[in-house]
Design a protein around this ligand. Structure first.
Ligand code: ADP
Ligand code: MG
Length: 493
């Protein structure tokens, strides 16, 4: 693993960038963390609110065991240590969208300690980012300030929804690394089914802590950029924050420890409030909740049912299917893509499975993804089946059609949804691999171009391409290119 650094250069010398991320991932669960209210997104305001979520006195929280299982699963997926005893604490603060006056969270004893996420730097070298902790907590409600000129509205549907807060060590060194970390984390929770990862719906939100310091000296004061809800904005917010802090530090100023907001329309961060320290929240164990005690057996049962995660899948694709790390990364980035890819590979009847798998990967990444982008389709709405794509590749590999003709067949397959073998038969596209036909065509081309033949034989070997092209053209692109090359070489001497 590389111990890379990312420096920014000011007038007065180099500064090192230090970033730590706190990711809030909404747990996939039908009910909230301590109440039975629904977590459905986009429902009418305040229609999914239990007495507990509304902060009515005397209501008691009851832990949703499914949410806990989801957190355990995530902890295992991130290589962390699931704790057999953890504690729910009250984090006290006043806000209109927090009717209880506190958030139930975990402070000194979180459910998961440690863990890591492996990312790739821009040049492809791997880097491991360690995770400090994962804890479970309630989400707050939502204040809406832009519906009325004089009033604010409160929607408590989100109040009490279960979140996992995943905190990284301050080991991230660049906007790219921060983006790669969040992308990878999102991929992992989606594979696990523990969070849907939909950032635009707020199911995954990132707080970015950013500071600069002179290499070799203690870390500088950080600013925290709250609730960034897209990977692109995360990169922009950190870029902006680095240049803002650089300007202050270079002119001898000090960075305020504060919470900032990123404004995507301006591409800037601005101060929201000065940041509280942990002791300002007066954390204490919630007297309504017993310590969360997990039997080892429960943790091991979940461990035994873990799906294959992206890193393992990538290794397997590289090993079993001869894929490059780059191609394997693309295919495992979304679970749907990986499943689709393997369903095409399984449908192929080619003799050489590795060769077929590699060709299918190329076709998927270049042709299918390209057409999907142009036509705004997803893997679920492709106009042909996985079996059709496998057949197309099989037709190339068994020599029935050339790779070039296959692109035409693919375009027709996309338009008509017809099977590739049907199209090849209907359109008479079968590759010409008949030596006699190819030889006859070569002779015709030679007869019609005696001057070029003389020039070629006199040393102008770059004319070879002209002969190949002429033969292919005469046979409407259907000749087997390998055979045309070989036979031409023989005839031209
Ligand atoms: P809090 O919960 O108050 O935000 P933590 O100590 O839990 O504070 O740290 C939160 C995040 O800030 C962690 O991801 C950590 O890696 C990161 N962090 C801590 N110190 C720095 C620093 N000097 N510069 C950048 N990030 C930092
Ligand atoms: Mg924080």
């Amino acid at each position: 693993m590389s111990e890379n650094t990312y420096f920014v250069e000011g007038q007065t010398g180099l500064w090192e960038v230090v970033i730590g991320l706190e990711v809030h991932a909404q747990i996939r669960s039908r009910a909230k963390l301590f109440s039975g209210a629904s977590t459905e997104f986009g429902a009418d305001p305040n229609s999914h609110v239990d007495y507990l979520d509304a902060g009515l006195p005397g209501m008691l929280p009851v832990v949703n065991q499914h949410c806990i299982d989801q957190a355990i699963k995530t902890g295992i997926g991130l290589h962390g240590d699931v704790q057999t005893v953890s504690i729910f604490d009250r984090k006290n603060y006043f806000y209109a969208d927090l009717p209880l006056g506190y958030q139930i969270s975990q402070f000194e004893k979180p459910i998961v300690l440690g863990g890591y996420i492996d990312i790739n730097l821009e040049d492809g070298t791997p880097k491991r980012i360690n995770i400090t902790r994962l804890h479970v907590e309630q989400d707050a409600g939502k204040s809406i300030h832009d519906l009325h000129p004089n009033h604010s509205y409160i929607d408590l549907n989100r109040a009490g929804v279960a979140l996992m807060e995943i905190v990284s060590e301050p080991e991230i060194r660049s906007p790219h690394e921060a983006q790669a970390y969040v992308k990878k984390l999102r991929t992992i929770v989606r594979y696990l089914g523990t969070c849907d990862g939909n950032m635009e719906q707020g199911s995954l939100r990132v707080d970015a802590n950013v500071s600069l310091h002179r290499p070799g000296t203690p870390f500088g004061t950080r600013a925290e950029i709250k609730n960034v809800n897209s990977i692109r904005f995360l990169g922009q917010a950190i870029e902006y924050e680095i240049s803002r802090q650089l300007a202050i530090l270079e002119s001898g100023g000090e960075i305020a420890q504060e919470t900032r907001l990123f404004d995507p329309s301006k591409g800037e961060t601005r101060s929201m409030r000065s940041k509280e320290d942990a002791h300002d929240y007066r954390y204490f164990p919630d007297p309504d909740l017993k310590p969360l005690v997990l039997r080892a057996e429960r943790i091991e049962n979940i461990r035994a049912q873990m799906p294959e995660l992206p890193d393992a899948k990538k290794e397997r694709f590289m090993h079993d299917y001869n894929l490059s790390p780059y191609d394997a990364d693309i295919l495992v980035a979304e679970m749907d893509t990986a499943y689709y890819y393997e369903s095409v590979v399984k449908a192929s009847k080619a003799d050489d499975t590795k060769q077929a798998a590699k060709t299918i990967a190329n076709w998927l990444i270049v042709e299918v993804f390209g057409a999907m982008n142009r036509e705004s389709r997803t893997l679920n709405t492709l106009p042909f089946t996985a079996g059709n794509l496998a057949t197309l590749v099989d037709l190339i590999l068994d020599g029935t059609i050339s790779g070039k003709i296959a692109k035409d067949v693919f375009a027709k397959m996309w338009e008509s949804g017809k099977a590739p073998d049907t199209l090849v038969a209907e359109l008479g596209l079968t590759q010409i691999s008949d030596t006699l036909i190819i030889e006859k065509t070569i002779e015709d081309v030679i007869d019609a171009n005696t001057d070029k033949v003389a020039a070629y034989q006199g040393g102008k070997i770059q004319l070879f391409g002209f002969f190949v092209g002429s033969v292919m053209k005469a046979l409407e692109g259907k000749a087997n290119p390998g055979m045309v090359n070989d036979l031409l070489k023989k005839k031209l001497g």
